[in-house]
Design a protein around this ligand. Structure first.
Ligand code: 7RM
Length: 649
């Protein structure tokens, strides 16, 4: 039904926006009421949208908390839910994936096409000896083969471990070795702003000299015209294998609690954590949120601009939209290539109706100017959404006005790799939006904000954002590291999930996420651990010690900023700075490159020897120094500040 959808900004900044439809409003009310009256019954009801080979009879097992089990006597297959069940009716001919290459090449895969390709690649993997429960590493650009490979793994019960194509060979090597993958799927290359991304070369570097002993075969998708060396006996062309593969592969019957995938994510200390998701609960979580948060309907064209290498790509490019039988757009390139209106051209070209992107991108668009979206017909859009970091109210309003043209509500979705699916977000049926607030828990999710003692804080007070009861798409464990799983998420407050974010509630109860409380930094919506970057820096012979912080950055949210002490006999220079930046790029990837590196003779430490990064952040951001009472030597910090203000500030 048509409604007058004129936005209206209230004096306090609140945006009064009519409900997306009468139906959306009723749905939101119904979902919230059901979840309120019986949380588990709500999640039971939601699970009915999933096709189960064997219906579950038990919804939640809390016996071995926090190793929760959801729908645990049910059986299903995630690939079957995303593909097979849609080819039985009219959706057989519906576009499942619309791929737009950086060069402007378009490929459309219908559900039937996707079904065929996935079946064949599932057979390829089986022919290569991949068994249920084993791991396949996927290191691909944003091309349909990435989705095909993921779903093929799910079909045969293998776990995929997707490594973001922007990660370096070292990062790839670490992730392969942690997971013990047998097969690596990569491409001869990808595109980034007209330049080739040498994925296969990176893979070769990662594997050279038997550095990844678990890898038996490398499957290479030919995506660019570039020639790459192929190692006989190890490297195989994707197209050759597909030509020989059988057309049908029976989907494995998986238990709800069988793992679906691993995805590595940065944590507070040490190496990235292998976050493990299950099949049943994850599918219910991503299906339900895609359906209700995005109001995803059969005639929508949905576009999420994230990369498949991140959880947003897993949940909201692949599993959520495809499980809903939606059309999902896959774009390989950058927002400014060949021109700064590329996103708006894509929306216009495909008639995108649901658009999900990140605040860092929106801030970039703001800087480029509203003339770029203004030059395009964006009238197909009906709902916008944001993820990755807090969206500042100015960016929210710009998004609302210049992209949504005051006709589209904005879903500011807070969630994490660990949570699998949205946990805090408005719903499309809402009529009042607070720019900058993730707003309310999704129905059936119990979040709270705690002080140090585990008491709920008062409105206006900042505290730890926690989840008080289990939810279906929660991570099940860290791969091969249960102890770290318990320590990171569950040991601060008993029986309560610690997100690592801080937040506050306003007088109306709306939740405002503030940011990380730990040593995780957020660069353009990408999670990086300070520890990873520091250990890359100290590998340089000149570096004695390094402290990395996230410094406020207008576009990226945070920028990597490093404080470095040098070994005896070395002095800081521009060349050394360049070398150190390059070292970080080669160890982790370009997204971790430090924006600035500052040499200092000492780092501020506590009596127990911990580097106080928070004080360094105060210095870098030109703030008044916070509490310095726990420092071993308070003199040091003021001398660093003086030197910084003189040289860098
Ligand atoms: C989905 C994703 C998770 C971290 C999380 C937050 C931050 C994400 C929002 C947000 C404020 C949001 N997974 N974050 N979404 N902060 N508002 N809507 O990003 O594992 O890569 O990162 O991202 O700090 O803990 S992630």
């Amino acid at each position: 039904m048509e409604m007058n959808r004129q936005g209206n900004v209230a004096p306090d900044g609140e945006v009064l926006h009519p409900s997306l439809s009468k139906e959306a409003k009723e749905t939101a009310e119904k979902l919230r009421a059901l979840a309120q009256s019986d949380r588990l019954a709500f999640w039971g009801e939601m699970s009915k949208d999933i096709t189960w080979f064997k219906e579950w009879t038990k919804i939640l097992d809390e016996g071995n908390a926090p190793f929760y089990r959801w729908y645990y006597d049910g059986q299903l297959n995630a690939c079957y839910n995303c593909v097979d069940r849609h080819i039985k009716g009219w959706k057989k001919n519906k576009a499942a994936i619309i791929f737009e290459g950086e060069l402007g090449d378009t490929r459309v895969l219908t559900y039937w096409d996707l079904y065929r390709e996935v079946n064949k690649f599932a057979n390829v993997l089986k022919n290569l000896g991949v068994k249920r429960g084993e791991v396949v590493t996927i290191y691909l650009p944003m091309i349909p083969e990435a989705v095909i490979a993921m779903l093929a793994c799910a079909r045969i019960g293998a776990l995929h471990s997707v490594v973001f194509g922007g990660f370096s060979s070292d990062a790839l090597k670490d992730r392969i070795n942690d997971s013990g993958a047998k097969i690596l799927v990569t491409a001869n290359g990808g595109y980034r702003r007209g330049k080739p991304v040498p994925l296969k070369n990176n893979a070769d570097t990662a594997l050279q000299g038997n550095q990844c002993p678990s890898i038996e075969k490398v499957v290479v998708v030919r995506h660019t015209p570039d020639d790459v060396p192929m190692e006989p006996g190890r490297d195989l062309w994707y197209s050759d294998l597909m030509n020989e593969a059988g057309l049908y592969c029976e989907p494995e019957v998986m238990d709800a609690e069988d793992p679906l995938f691993i995805l590595y994510s940065s944590g507070t200390t040490g190496k990235p954590k292998g976050i493990l998701h299950s099949t049943g609960g994850y599918m219910v979580g991503v299906h339900t949120t895609t359906k209700y948060v995005f109001d995803c309907k059969d005639d929508d064209v949905y576009w999420c601009t994230a990369d498949i290498g991140w959880i947003t790509g897993h949940s909201y490019i692949v599993y959520g939209p495809l499980s809903n039988g939606a059309t999902t757009v896959l774009y390989e390139g950058s927002p400014d290539y060949p021109a700064q209106d590329r996103f708006w051209a894509i929306i216009e070209k495909f008639g995108v109706s649901l658009f999900y992107t990140a605040p860092t991108a929106i801030r970039l668009f703001m800087r480029w100017g509203e003339q770029y979206p203004a030059a395009h017909d964006l009238s197909s859009l009906r709902l916008l959404a944001s993820v990755g970091e807090p969206i500042n109210p100015e960016a929210w309003m710009w998004f609302y006005k210049h992209i949504g043209r005051e006709n589209c509500p904005i879903m500011d979705t807070w969630w994490q790799t660990e949570t699998g699916a949205h946990l805090v977000t408005p719903l499309p049926g809402d009529t009042s939006f607070k720019p900058g607030a993730a707003t309310s828990p999704f129905p059936g999710v119990e979040v709270d904000i705690f002080d140090e003692e585990g008491n709920s804080v008062k409105p206006g007070e900042q505290g730890y954002l926690v989840v008080k009861s289990p939810w279906p798409s929660m991570l099940r464990n860290l791969y091969n590291d249960s102890e770290r799983f318990l320590n990171t998420y569950w040991n601060q407050f008993k029986g309560v999930y610690l997100s690592g974010d801080s937040a506050k509630r306003d007088e109306d109860g709306a939740i405002w996420v503030i940011g990380r409380v730990d040593d995780v930094i957020n660069v353009s919506g990408h999670r990086l651990g300070t520890a990873e970057i520091e250990s890359a820096l100290v590998e340089h012979q000149a570096v004695a010690e390094a402290a990395v912080i996230g410094k406020k950055h207008e576009l990226k949210g945070q920028a990597v900023s490093a404080f470095v002490t040098l070994r005896e006999g070395f002095t800081g220079s521009d060349e050394l700075i360049a070398e150190l930046k390059q070292l970080v790029v080669s160890k982790i990837g370009a997204l971790a490159r430090p924006e600035d590196i500052f040499f200092t003779s000492e780092l501020p430490k506590t009596r127990s020897g911990k580097i106080m990064r928070r004080l360094l952040r105060d210095i870098a951001e030109g703030k008044v120094l916070g509490d310095t009472t726990t420092l071993m030597d308070p003199e040091i910090i003021s001398s660093i500040k003086d030197k910084y203000d003189k040289e860098a500030g």
